[in-house]
Design a protein around this ligand. Structure first.
Ligand SMILES: [Zn+2]
Length: 246
């Protein structure tokens, strides 16, 4: 299933590995994340099935500057003429600057079948490199972004320096990006957890950032990788801490 309703007016879209979300509010649409570059086709196929068109799209919000989340954002920006929003600290990388180093080594996952499945799935869909977003709008921690749904940014760094979760307060939904996920794309581990060290800029900081998420008033967490978690932010943070790094 590539398109699944996951909360009131919210659909999860995925062709494997990474999720992106379509939020409906008053007949308008906002995307949170932009999958891999080739996932554009999934978006275009999905809109008519929801009775919508590309014209209804008002904005794209990106949780962090990684190529399996920025995917087709530049294409959406230039085709649908919509702004692309990202936390100010990840803006330069989203526009094509060199990303900072990660604190783990990819080679420590080479014996994991999940590592190859993830890599091949993303490579097939063009996500092995970042397509720069030529113009971005930026938000800061605590800022309410003036787009349909009025998501509020919760800066929770570690996975990347500008990683942010986005809160839809009236729906009690938190889109967590890669600040907290429920499936580990390198080891296959399930359940709330931070991303694996090989993909994190700063793993200890990612663990500390769980404190920033646990008080956020949300029951449903929609992660960048894995299935929705419906037991609330406090329980998600508790389980992620217990799971520890990978
Ligand atoms: Zn990421």
């Amino acid at each position: 299933m590539q398109v699944v309703p996951v909360a009131d007016g919210i659909h999860k879209l995925s062709q494997g590995v990474c999720n992106f979300y379509l939020i409906e509010e008053g007949g308008k649409l906002v995307l949170v994340d932009a999958g891999a570059p080739a996932d554009w086709n999934l978006l275009v196929r999905t809109l008519p099935t929801l009775g919508r068109a590309l014209d209804d799209l008002e904005a794209v919000l990106i949780t962090h500057a990684h190529s399996d989340h920025t995917g087709f954002a530049e294409r959406a920006r230039t085709t649908a003429h919509v702004p692309v929003w990202i936390h100010e600290t990840d803006a330069a990388v989203a526009k094509g600057a060199r990303p900072p180093k990660n604190d783990g080594k990819a080679r420590s996952y080479l014996l994991r079948a999940e590592f190859y499945r993830t890599f091949l799935s993303l490579a097939r869909r063009g996500a092995t490199r970042m397509i720069p977003i030529q113009e971005v709008s930026t938000f800061a921690d605590g800022e309410t972004v003036d787009v349909p749904g009025r998501p509020r940014a919760v800066h929770a760094p570690g996975h990347t320096p500008g990683s942010a979760a986005l809160l839809l307060e009236s729906r009690r939904v938190l889109l967590t990006g890669d600040c907290l996920v429920t499936w580990n794309p390198l080891t296959g581990r399930l359940g709330p957890q931070i991303m694996p060290s090989g993909l994190n800029h700063d793993t200890p900081q990612a663990l500390r950032s769980l404190t920033l998420l646990e008080g956020v008033p949300a029951d449903v967490l929609l992660p960048g990788h894995g299935e929705p978690f419906t037991e609330g932010t406090a329980e998600a943070a508790r389980r992620a801490r217990a799971a520890g790094p990978s």
